[in-house]
Write a protein that binds this ligand. Structure first.
Ligand SMILES: [Zn+2]
Length: 81
């Protein structure tokens, strides 16, 4: 099967921004969303869906399906099981 990760949405990364705010927006403490827990979540790729303007990836995690813009996924890998 193929798995991938999804870039977190801005609302998810409110947590990152809150942490950064506690550093008074110090540029050296700027959050890296490549490390935040939302972007570390792994999804199973079930397929792809063509919309009128965009292509979406159909992803599954914990038995739940979600549709995500293909530009939002990254780190696609082959995984056993
Ligand atoms: Zn983040």
């Amino acid at each position: 099967m193929k798995v991938c990760k999804v870039y977190p949405s801005l609302s998810h990364c409110g947590t990152c921004m809150n942490i950064w705010e506690s550093y008074d927006y110090d540029i050296s403490q700027m959050p890296s969303c490549g490390k935040c827990k939302f972007s570390l979540r792994e999804y199973k790729i079930m397929g792809f869906v063509n919309g009128i303007f965009n292509t979406y990836a159909l992803l599954e995690r914990d038995g739940k399906l979600k549709r995500v813009l293909i530009s939002k996924i990254h780190d696609i890998r082959e995984k056993d099981g």
